[in-house]
Ligand binder design. Structure first.
Ligand code: SF4
Length: 133
């Protein structure tokens, strides 16, 4: 319930975090454009179900497999709540870089990849050579 408006629930996909597997590295925070994941007492948490759209961009960067997508009953994803939440977040962020060429996300879109046992980032220019050699 938000304010005095009843919130119905729906069955939808949402991120699930296995706390026992989380080592607190924090890598999953920045891929979430909605700011739904924060570090709380050294563990990653989905701070509010209405902020998580279940897209799963955080999954690829987790080195321990702590993140999965599950389908369960919860509140609907709320774009308005996300806009309010993101507006309150600090405007600073740590730009990620492509592990192959060093391009930052300010210059080229980056995608999370697993490479040689590491969770890292690759830019869209390097991705084709990563795939095709
Ligand atoms: S990336 Fe995985 S291990 Fe690191 S904080 Fe997030 S859930 Fe925990």
């Amino acid at each position: 319930m938000r304010g005095n408006i009843m919130t119905t629930t729906v069955t939808r996909q949402i991120v699930k975090i296995e706390e026992e597997l989380c080592d607190g590295c924090g890598l999953c925070v920045s891929p979430c454009a909605e700011g739904a994941i924060e570090m709380v007492d050294g563990k990653a948490k989905v701070i509010s179900d209405e902020l998580c759209d279940g897209a799963g961009f955080c999954l690829g960067v987790c080195p321990t497999g702590a993140l999965t997508i599950e389908a369960r009953e919860t509140v609907p994803f709320d774009h308005h709540a996300v806009e309010e939440h993101v507006a309150e977040l600090p405007k600073t962020y740590i730009a990620q870089t492509c592990f192959r060429c060093g391009t930052t996300e300010d210059d080229s879109p980056l995608m999370p990849v697993r490479n040689a046992g590491e969770s890292t980032w690759v830019c869209t220019r390097c991705l084709p050579t990563l795939i095709h050699g």
